[in-house]
Design a protein around this ligand. Structure first.
Ligand SMILES: *Cc1c(COP(=O)(O)O)cnc(C)c1O
Length: 454
């Protein structure tokens, strides 16, 4: 391909992306069923002769773009997702052109350097110990996996067992304590690590889903306590300080699953929710949620960087052994995209105050949703302490019909959930792109639709 044609192709991709972004404001948030059905056109037998890159792109845009969920826009409040900041998207494009392998500093000095800088900034904004180690992984699931592998290493090493060498066969038993409201992916990670999802000790939670510190059993021997910062339904945060204090006296490792809730640390008005979080031993969070970078991006942080390294590192004759931080010593993966790039770009474009403002603004918007829906006569099922709102529109049937109608209407998108046995609609606000007008427009639509369904 000539330079000129290559350039035209990339300009075409940028032009199509810009048109897509411009249309986010006016299109329905959920794709039309007919557009989803057209995804079939992506398939068929793989042609013998390849298509020109421009034709490939055109086909992808024409079939793919209308079938996307407009989660990059300002009125997507489903699950806990987050949009993508302009600086993160642009940096991602450039980084994809670089096609760097962030495996080692030899593969990419840039990839290694950008991670080191981003790691330092993350420790700073998340108010974590200044020398903790970190790994840039695909999401909170893998971040939990990575941090808990370090935890497994540490608690078994203290019992005289080398888990990386010997595995879990014949190892001293490890007690894993989780809150009743732990995220589903945490159980998956526990299973992957051979710790047994049904062997966990489950601690009851309060009415907001916070683990009860007073209900943690007496622990002895190797033990890991998993706490949560940000319940996916209520946004509630476990009482970190009390749990860390209790676990510490019993020699247990404390791990924090803070996929989105950890970011409260970056906003002075909300950081109090996380009081004591820096006393834990490891943390997992997502950058593709509240930091609003492109998928996929999660971060594992471990107080003692050497422990993380001991759980993840390996050696080969051809790998560098120099003084710089080599990414592969800290991650489960070897070859990886340089996902530190977007984290670096997002943090630099926001600055400390911009990040604080993003978090605080989204939390204020959640309160605005809750106040308006309560004012319209509907029941808010949670204390709106962060960015999550749970609303019931009457009985379970009515609530489910309202959620379906809201999704169908397309002004905004919210998902269903069940909280303490009650059917609810869940509203999660975690995008830089959400404006007050988006919130008001969404409230108007929800109130109108709920009235129709009564
Ligand atoms: C989203 C979430 C996860 C899983 O994160 P992924 O990025 O999807 O892997 C884990 N724990 C909590 C609390 C979450 O909110």
């Amino acid at each position: 391909m000539s330079d000129r044609r290559y350039e035209a192709l990339l300009h075409d991709a940028a032009r199509r992306a810009c048109r897509y972004i411009a249309e986010l404001e006016s299109r329905p948030v959920a794709p039309a069923a007919a557009d989803v059905a057209r995804l079939e056109l992506l398939g068929g037998a793989l042609p013998d002769e390849g298509l020109a890159p421009g034709e490939v792109l055109a086909r992808l845009d024409e079939i793919g773009s209308p079938a996307t969920v407009a989660s990059a826009g300002g009125r997507y409040f489903g699950f806990v997702t987050g949009g993508v900041l302009p600086a993160a998207l642009a940096a991602n494009w450039l980084a994809d052109a670089w096609d760097q392998n962030a495996f080692t500093s030899v593969h990419s000095a840039l990839g290694a350097a950008v991670e080191s800088v981003a790691l330092g900034w993350l420790r700073d904004v998340l108010a974590l110990p200044g020398d903790c180690g970190g790994a840039f992984v695909t999401g909170a699931t893998m971040a939990n996996f990575t941090a808990l592998a370090a935890a497994r290493h540490a608690v078994l090493a203290r019992a005289g067992w080398d888990v990386e060498a010997e595995g879990l066969f014949g190892a001293p038993p490890v007690t894993l304590v989780v809150g009743e409201e732990a995220h589903g992916t945490l159980y998956k990670v526990i299973a992957l690590l051979g710790l047994g999802r049904e062997r966990v000790v489950t601690v009851p939670a309060d009415d907001q889903g916070r683990m009860r510190a007073d209900a943690i059993p007496a622990l002895d021997g190797p033990a890991i306590v998993c706490v949560q910062a940000g319940n996916v339904n209520t946004g509630a945060v476990d009482p970190m300080a009390a749990i860390c204090a209790r676990a510490r006296t019993q020699g247990a490792w404390v791990h924090v699953d803070g996929a989105f809730g950890m970011w409260a640390a970056a906003a002075p008005g909300y950081a109090g929710l996380l009081e004591g979080v820096a006393d834990a031993d490891s943390w997992a969070t997502d950058a593709h949620k509240w930091l609003n970078v492109t998928y996929d991006s999660g971060i594992a942080l471990v107080r003692d960087a050497e422990t993380l390294r001991a759980a993840m590192s390996y050696a080969a004759a051809y790998l560098p052994t120099g003084g710089v931080r080599e990414p592969f010593h800290y991650t489960p993966e070897s070859s990886r995209r340089a996902r530190g790039v977007e984290i670096w770009a997002a943090l630099l474009s926001l600055g400390r105050s911009g990040l604080a403002d993003l978090v605080a603004r989204n939390c204020r918007m959640a309160v605005r949703f809750a106040d308006a829906l309560r004012g319209a006569g509907y029941e808010i099922l949670n204390e709106v302490v962060l960015n999550q709102v749970l609303v019931a529109f009457g009985d379970a049937d009515t609530t489910r019909r309202v959620v379906a109608a809201v999704q169908q209407d397309g002004t905004c998108w919210c998902g269903p959930t069940v909280w303490k046995g009650r059917a609810a609609m869940r509203i999660s606000v975690c995008s830089w792109a959400t404006t007050d007008e988006d919130v008001d427009k969404s409230i108007d639509a929800i109130v109108r639709i709920a009235a129709e369904q009564r």
